[in-house]
Design a protein around this ligand. Structure first.
Ligand code: PHE
Length: 366
């Protein structure tokens, strides 16, 4: 019996002493392997008298079970520790700055869209979108430009091949069709009927047959639309003055509202911002000159009616602005075509850090 106790003590101390999985396996072999101490004890069972054999056999089996359990426990602890050690050794510090040469930049258009969202978001506008490939009705007819309206010629449209029914889809010439799509949305109509106000901006791609230093066949616009029961021209002015001053970061930026014509607004105004060209260099702010930056007006009652709303109840204003153009003006980018060349040197020069999210409090520019 003392033999059994010694073997037990030794075996268990070997198991506890094992410092890694290799040593643990050696301990297992030394005890339970073919020539292991406990295996040897088992072999002696046959030489014992039957009464003794039963008693001793049970004791050896219990010991074997106890040692197996100890091995399992130790194996669990060691493999947990092995995993911990591996995790510690292979840890990557994700807070380390990325290699600057591998860091991308945000394209000025994306940057300006984020700035638009920050400024108009602050005034209660939400972001809306619509399809680039539009049908004739949303792009023109709904906006008070029926098929034979001469104003259709103001926009050099890309038409898609005629479909079986003779109709032709267009690449939208402006973001204004999203005015119609939004007003027609039953959820928006319910919201308006309940006394709410619609305020959206629609940044997106637009297309016209045009190509020179300041025009590309694909360009970007942002549409703005406010509809409720009381919004008037004064709100239009206030909103656009606030926007231009925040966007160009010139507190006393002068704005000029010039009477103009759009089929979908009445009255209509084009908006200019003050600038100067001293020394041949453009500076935005009070100066001797003006730059046209957007079209705007009170939404035409026909448009409101075409979109399923009662024009004697609802009114509001809309505006449309070239995103590329205001990006060029704000960030001094001379040629629009370079926006779409995907030249990495240009992007490195004019791009923005992805980590500097524009906000009104954080300063919108760089
Ligand atoms: N859609 C007009 C354009 O592309 C701009 C505009 C939008 C004017 C909304 C007035 C109101 O020229």
């Amino acid at each position: 019996m003392s033999d059994l106790a010694t073997i037990r003590a030794e075996a268990l101390s070997q198991v506890t002493a094992a410092a890694d999985l290799g040593q643990l396996d050696a301990a297992r072999v030394a005890v339970l392997g073919k020539k292991g101490t406990v295996t040897e004890l088992m072999k002696t069972l046959g030489t014992l008298a039957p009464e003794r054999r039963r008693e001793f056999g049970a004791a050896v089996n219990a010991l074997k079970g106890e040692i197996e359990a100890a091995l399992d426990a130790r194996r669990g602890a060691l493999s947990g520790a092995a995993l911990d050690a591996r995790l510690a050794a292979e840890r990557i510090d994700v807070t380390l700055p990325a290699r600057p040469e591998a860091q991308g930049t945000l394209h000025p258009i994306g940057q300006v869209m984020d700035e638009l969202a920050a400024i108009f978001g602050d005034m209660g506008f939400t972001w809306a979108e619509g399809p680039d490939i539009e049908d004739d009705w949303h792009n023109f007819t709904a906006l008070n430009m029926p098929p034979d309206h001469p104003a259709r010629q103001m926009q050099d449209t890309f038409y898609l091949p005629a479909r079986a029914d003779g109709t032709q889809m267009v690449l939208r010439t402006h973001t204004s069709p999203v005015q119609a799509r939004t007003m027609l949305d039953p959820e928006v109509q319910r919201m308006l009927a309940g006394g709410g106000a619609l305020r959206i901006i629609v940044p997106g791609r637009t297309f016209r047959i045009d190509n020179d230093a300041t025009h590309t066949p694909m360009f970007h616009q942002v549409e703005g639309l406010v509809i409720d029961r009381t919004t008037h021209m004064g709100h239009l002015k206030g909103c656009l003055v606030d926007f231009c001053r925040a966007f160009f970061e010139v507190e006393d930026l002068p704005l000029r509202f010039r009477p103009s014509y759009f089929p979908f607004t009445e009255p209509s105004a084009e908006v200019d911002i003050g600038c100067s060209w001293k020394g041949g260099e453009l500076k935005i702010g009070a100066g001797e000159s003006w730059l046209e930056i957007l079209g705007s007006g009170m939404v035409h009652p026909n448009v409101i009616a075409n979109c399923g709303l009662d024009p004697t109840v609802y009114q509001g204003f809309a505006f449309g602005m070239g995103i590329d153009r205001i990006a060029m003006l704000k960030y001094g980018i001379p040629d629009l075509r370079a926006f779409f060349d995907a030249d990495l040197r240009w992007l490195r020069h004019f791009g923005f850090s992805a980590l500097d999210v524009p906000s009104l409090t954080g300063g919108l520019g760089r």
